[in-house]
Design a protein. Structure first.
Lengths: 111, 116
C-alpha cells in the first residue's frame, strides 16, 4: 500500500464548475499537508498549506484535512481554463522526515 | 526575490554516461531536496541535503549521488545512466524542518534528462 493515494484522473470539467480533488494517506504521523499545482513542463508550485486538521481558504481554493479519516481535499470554486494543470497533494511529519507526494491528478477545465 | 534555479533545462545523454544537474536554492534556505518525476508518475524523493550533509535518501541506487556546497547550492550526479533514468529532475528548497518554519518546499523548473 502506498503511503499516499491520489486518483490520477484525468478529470475534465466545464468552466465555472466546482472541482474536488482528494488524497488518502496511511501514516498517522503526517501533520503538514500541502497542495501543489504543476503546469505542463514546469515545476510544482505551492498552492495551499495546512497544519493538522481543519479547513483553509484562499480565494477560490479551499483545503480540508480530516486526520481521523486520513483524508485531505482541495476544492476549486468557479474553475477557470487556467486551472488546467496537475494537482499534487503532499504531506510530511515533523522532525525532518521527507515529504511524500501523491502521483497527481490531471485537471482539464473546458471553456 | 529569486526562486529556485536549475541548470541545464534539458540534458541529453546516452546509456552508460554520467549526468550532472545543478540547483541554487532560494536565498536563506539551507535545505535542498532532489526529486525524480518520471512520465506519468508522481514525484519520487531522491535526496535531501542540509548544511552540506546528506540527511535522507530515497529508494534509489547508489549511482544517484550528490552534494551540497557551502553556499547551499547543490549538485545531483547520476552515473552509469540507464534508459529508465529519463525523467524531469526537480530541485526544491526549504527552511530546515523543526526550526519553527513551515516545512514547505519551493520547486525549481526542473532539468529534463533524456537518456538515449
Amino acid at each position: 500500500q502506498k503511503e499516499v493515494e491520489q486518483d490520477p484522473g484525468p478529470l475534465s470539467v466545464p468552466e465555472g464548475a466546482i472541482v474536488s480533488l482528494n488524497c488518502t494517506y496511511s501514516n498517522s504521523a503526517f501533520q503538514y499537508f500541502m497542495w501543489y499545482r504543476q503546469y505542463s513542463r514546469k515545476g510544482p508550485e505551492l498552492l495551499m498549506y495546512t497544519y493538522s486538521s481543519g479547513n483553509k481558504e484562499d480565494g477560490r481554493f479551499t483545503a480540508q484535512v480530516d486526520k481521523s479519516s486520513k483524508y485531505i481535499s482541495l476544492f476549486i470554486r468557479d474553475s477557470q481554463p487556467s486551472d488546467s494543470a496537475t494537482y499534487l497533494c503532499a504531506m510530511s511529519a515533523t522532525g525532518g522526515f521527507k515529504t511524500i507526494f501523491g502521483a497527481g491528478t490531471r485537471l482539464f477545465v473546458k471553456a | 526575490e529569486a526562486g529556485v534555479t536549475q541548470s541545464p533545462t534539458h540534458l541529453i545523454k546516452t546509456r552508460g554516461q554520467q549526468a550532472t544537474l545543478r540547483c541554487s536554492p532560494i536565498s536563506g534556505h539551507t535545505s535542498v531536496y532532489w526529486y525524480q518525476q518520471a512520465l506519468g508518475l508522481g514525484l519520487q524523493f531522491l535526496l535531501w541535503y542540509d548544511e552540506g550533509e546528506e540527511r535522507n535518501r530515497g529508494n534509489f541506487p547508489p549511482r544517484f549521488s550528490g552534494r551540497q556546497f557551502p553556499n547551499y547550492s547543490s549538485e545531483l550526479n547520476v552515473n552509469a545512466l540507464e534508459l529508465e533514468d529519463s525523467a524531469l529532475y526537480l530541485c526544491a528548497s526549504s527552511l530546515v524542518p523543526g526550526t519553527g518554519g513551515a516545512e514547505t518546499q519551493y520547486f525549481g523548473p526542473g532539468t529534463r534528462l533524456l537518456v538515449l
